[in-house]
Design a protein. Sequence first.
Length: 381
Amino acid sequence: MAVRLKDLADQVIVLTGASSGIGLATAREAAERGARLVLVARNAEALEDLASEIGSHGGKAVAVPADVAKQADLERVARIAVERFGGFDTWINGAAVTTYGTVEEVPIADQRRLLDVNYWGVVHGSLIAARHLRQRGGAVINIGSILSHRALMLQGPYSASKHAVKAFTEALRMELEQVGAPISVTLIKPSAIDTPYVEHARNYLDSPGVALPPPIYDPHVVARAILHACEHPRRDLVVGFGGWALAMMGRIFPRLTDYGMEATMAPMQKSDDPGRRERRDNLYAPREDGAEHSSLPVSSRKTSFFLEAQMHPVATFAAIAGLGLAAAWLLRRRPEDRHETLQRRQRAAGIMGDGQEWTAADAAQLGRWSSGERRLSPAGM
């Protein structure tokens, strides 16, 4: 069955992780474009503030505090979406937590909690959404990471959770397609993004704060990818060429990439700036939310041409083809005038040696030759 997605202005969207970072940027942009929103996160106060902000600008949003690690909480989110808006058209699984430290340093309890949120939260949300959308049609959008392809040392549990999200999303997509369910399943894979992620992390490193390796992108770039997937069925979208290049290096030269990351990634992920104390460590309980960006002095990229190319492949192909044709035209062989042609042919025939003067007699002789009065060849000279 063909998957047909509504325009954003006609959609009801359930969005987990809506209280900060990528989720917050996505909620604001979706509301500006007319979508009705069911906002989900643990921080009730931050959600209510966001719902009020959206309402003050003429939008519609309902705040539903919930912990995505608890299936019962997300079942309640779905019920409220039906009661308030008659259902939903897109479900976005964006909630996540993280730790910094070696896999030996991070306690097993913390690793389990991280998987409960990052993996099981996606599983719970996706299955609830798929059940609702089987008859209605719509989209399930899971926020993975470029670390779905390449693990990053000192973020091992987080990398493992995103590998698991990728595998689950691919399996769900194939199973829904096999039975003809009208549901688009998209995996968004951001590179490093400037959000409160680093301030919210539980830190086991020997540094006051943690950091993301560059290049770093603005959360609104990811929001653009997510909202594109709300309206256009896409298998996956990668945000940021830098992360994609690292993952590709890991695929082609795995051991060389290991060595390079071992030499560079530890210092890149440490910081002397811990950020806002009120935001630190939200692994088990919410901390200060309501910000799209971190408070750290980070320079982030506001665009990604690599993402644009994925979202508009036909236009990108046409542009590349046009550039190729233009280059071919500029490099084309230009026609010689008659004098140059005759001169070149005479040299080839042996009439003129290199460095000889071009005389009137030579020209007359070449003229007779070119007009057919006499055929010259190197053997006949």
